[in-house]
Design a binder for this molecule. Structure first.
Ligand code: ADE
Length: 343
């Protein structure tokens, strides 16, 4: 693969995309002139979610907030509620803040304009600028990294190396299509474990394919250790109306959820539960079960108890809850009969 191969390689990539690119709900409008709002929301969502799940969340979010103005006008609690399940709630808060800026100052039409908005990093700005504004900006995400590492036979691609390779490959006449072609190729053909090289439009230039073991490129990243967090929660009420608290600290900070205490170093579950019940002025009735939830750097094991007493209940369906809390509340339906005899 040399620089002189680039024109033929771009042609092959774009012809493949025109034939095999995916029809996705944010790919609305002419190439390079997509609806910037849809592109922006989808890119923020897809940073933490696979396309299959992201699609569903996207439809739900767009139904709740069809335009920048609708998002800007909404109360933050409604935005968090529509973001439920998508993780990283700071992203929903930034979407809301950025929508407020756009409602006042207009929707940016350049990379630099997008980059200046709250929560918009180089990746999102490049995606929106290329897909919605036709600006020649190359995106650099996990799929692009894998495709380019294999194409060039690079085992240890740095972020700067990937950006330089993506920049040189970008077709300045169709930057948005070129970016999405690499994303789709990475998601459907040049997949992590068993790449489908027989279907790949870039096969004749691909060094990793020629070496015979494309799946070994790039070398796996050394991951930071996952921290185990143990906590206890108290369900005071039922799955419809329960005591909810705004979480602070390490456990899903900022969202509403069941009252919880994280076990301190060396602390038993019983002691943490006593601490929790005392804080709430509640009495524990029995254990509902244990749920787990994995995030990028943390795995939470939460033992959920039912109890009586304590402060006022809130309506569960009106609050934005984490997936961990939904799992905890689901235990109520499964186990309540064993704890509380029917009246
Ligand atoms: N992943 C992130 N952004 C994407 C897009 N625009 N199309 C497909 N997959 C994506």
């Amino acid at each position: 693969m040399t620089l002189s191969d680039l024109p033929a390689l771009r042609t092959a990539l774009l012809a493949w995309f025109d034939r095999a690119g995916r029809a996705l709900p944010w790919r609305v409008g002419p190439e390079g002139r997509r609806d910037p709002y849809r592109v922006w929301v989808s890119e923020v969502l897809l940073q933490q979610t696979q396309v299959a799940r992201g699609r569903m969340y996207f439809e739900r979010f767009l139904e709740a907030f069809p335009t920048v103005q609708a998002l800007a006008d909404a109360p933050i609690e409604a935005v968090l509620k529509a973001w439920e399940g998508c993780g990283y709630y700071a992203r929903a808060r930034n979407l809301h803040r950025a929508a407020g800026v756009m409602a006042r100052e207009g929707v940016p039409t350049t990379y630099d304009g997008w980059r200046a908005l709250p929560g918009v990093g180089p990746y999102t700005a490049a995606a929106v600028a290329s897909l919605a504004c036709g600006e020649a900006r190359a995106v650099n995400d996990g799929n692009v990294r894998r495709v380019l590492a294999r194409l060039h036979g690079e085992r240890q691609p740095t972020a700067a190396w990937v950006q330089a390779r993506a920049d040189e490959l970008l077709d300045p006449t169709r930057p948005g299509a070129c970016n999405e072609a690499l994303m789709d190729l990475g998601a459907t053909v040049c997949i992590p474990k068993a790449p489908k090289c027989g279907e790949c439009p870039l096969r004749r230039w691909c060094v990793a394919c020629q070496l015979g073991d494309p799946a070994s490129f790039p070398a796996p990243k050394v991951r930071a250790a996952v921290r185990e967090v143990r906590a206890v929660a108290l369900l005071l009420g039922d799955a419809q109306e329960a005591v909810l608290e705004r979480r602070a600290g390490s456990l899903l900070g900022g969202l509403m959820g069941l009252p919880t205490e994280v076990l301190e170093e060396g602390e038993s579950e019983g002691d943490a539960l006593t601490r929790l019940a005392a804080r709430l002025g509640a009495t524990v009735a029995g254990e509902l079960g244990t749920v787990t939830h994995s995030m990028t750097h943390r795995r939470v094991t939460l033992t959920v108890y039912a109890g009586v007493g304590g402060p006022a209940r809130s309506r569960v369906t009106e609050a934005a809850l984490s997936r961990l809390d939904h799992k905890a509340l689901a235990l109520w339906e499964q186990r309540r009969a064993s704890l509380f005899a029917p009246a």
